[in-house]
Design a protein around this ligand. Structure first.
Ligand SMILES: [Zn+2]
Ligand SMILES: [Zn+2]
Length: 142
């Protein structure tokens, strides 16, 4: 069981299952949403993700059709996104986690959108868009 909380602590959650397909996303939306060079995100089955406190503090913003980003209305911490293309999953913002995790990031994605000030010395694989295999999550339920 992993635990997470936002910056102000009003929103807390528990993650009962694995965090899959963790990547560093350098796309312009993740940069703006995170306020920094990239966002580190991973899939968690909706059935494994439970907001344990502060559901009423969750704000949401639809950044592209069918994709909503959820954040704490008080402190603005990004918490997760939900997309109509992966209806059984949420996509967790890993900065939200308080627990140490066993899973590790697999790649850097949307590297062509990276900020020109970012010193990019990463050794993980680089992809111009999503990593190979992302489409598997669109139908998967378990
Ligand atoms: Zn907060
Ligand atoms: Zn992104």
């Amino acid at each position: 069981m992993y635990k997470g909380s936002c910056l102000c602590g009003k929103v807390t959650a528990e993650i009962a299952g694995p965090i899959e397909s963790i990547i560093h996303c350098h796309c312009s939306k993740c940069r703006k949403n995170s306020g920094t060079a990239f966002s580190t995100n991973g899939f968690v089955l909706k059935a494994h993700f439970k907001i344990t406190k502060g559901q009423n503090y969750l704000g949401e913003y639809e950044t592209s059709p069918g994709k909503r980003r959820y954040f704490c209305k008080t402190c603005a911490s990004p918490i997760y996104s939900a997309s109509s293309t992966t209806p059984n999953y949420i996509r967790l913002r890993l900065g939200f986690l308080d627990s140490d995790i066993e899973e590790r990031p697999k790649s850097h994605n949307f590297v062509n959108s990276k900020a020109n000030w970012e010193v990019f010395e990463a050794t993980l694989p680089h992809y111009e868009e999503h990593e190979p295999g992302r489409e598997n999550f669109q139908q998967k339920t378990q």
